[in-house]
Design a protein around this ligand. Sequence first.
Ligand code: NDP
Length: 329
Amino acid sequence: MYIPFPDRYSGMHYKNCGMSGLKLPLISLGLWHNFGGVDDFYTARCMIRKAFDCGITHFDLANNYGPPPGSAELNFGKILKLDLQSYRDEIVVSTKAGYGMWDGPYGDWGSKKYLIASLHQSLKRLQLDYVDIFYHHRPDPQTPLEETMEALIQISKEGKALYVGVSNYSAEQTIQAHKILASAGVRLLIHQPKYNMFERGIEKTLLPVLEKTGIGCIVFSPLAQGLLTDKYLNSIPLNSRASKAHGFLKSTDITSEIRLKIEKLNEIAQKRHQTLSQMAIAWVLRRKEITSALIGASNPMQIEEIVKCVKYRDFSESELNDIDAILGS
Ligand code: NDP
């Protein structure tokens, strides 16, 4: 029987999500990769246990995570039942809909028909009565934003999600979504954009909007899918994401230019007595607008390593300048 580490909350920090009362851990765990039906269930279960033992209270899913699509939710539902059933109120579970999930015109994008049906399916797979956060996964150019938001409003009012969020929305789309939801008395709790040292597009556009509107921000792929670790310094290790045929990170993404940057960043991390992955997470968390860094992992040791960065998150001005110089920004 799994008994969570009693001191699990002492090493983690929890931050209010925007201007809401919901606190999220500085580090959250996403189940996009390595939790699907094709993956090893035992390892997946160990990672969830390890995360919870480290004070990670937030787990992020989507209808289509797997492969096959839906299987990450199925596996997480099983793990919750097996290990964490009596800890449900200590956990924030999110899921999303917005990418292709089932055949035909109602299984993709952002219609009310799709979003409501998808959440019902997710709740069944997760074996839950409600999720804490439900996101629209990406903007839909063919559905009026009012309709997509109407779905989020209904979901929120029916209590099938306690909070709602958007992901991959532009700054302008976020302002509009926030307005529509607010007019119905529903808070846009959170935005989930991509952000890491190599992809800083949100700094000038989205982050100021989130701060002004009081929307929280959880950033995905803060390690650039593993590039911002020391694993690709010399080669492409077997079983790494870049080595897998179905992966979103391609071995061709690891160019000599990227490798040079990783090497230089690694030198700065070493001077800080941190691993590169710890420094990369601390770096995204330096921005006050950011509530949580949403990491992925393929084994429990990676989670244990990353969480240690919570204790050492400060950067000197010269370190930040050196990092900017390496990144070319
Ligand atoms: P990361 O950038 O954190 O990459 C995770 C990968 O980095 C791991 O799978 C592992 O790669 C490697 N890694 C992690 N920790 C370490 C470590 N300590 N040492 C060495 N390597 C390490 O995030 P993801 O790209 O996985 O995204 C995280 C989450 O964000 C997803 O699970 C999902 O919840 C969410 N997401 C949301 C999207 C959206 O559109 N809203 C899109 C994409 C993700 P390896 O497998 O090679 O060991």
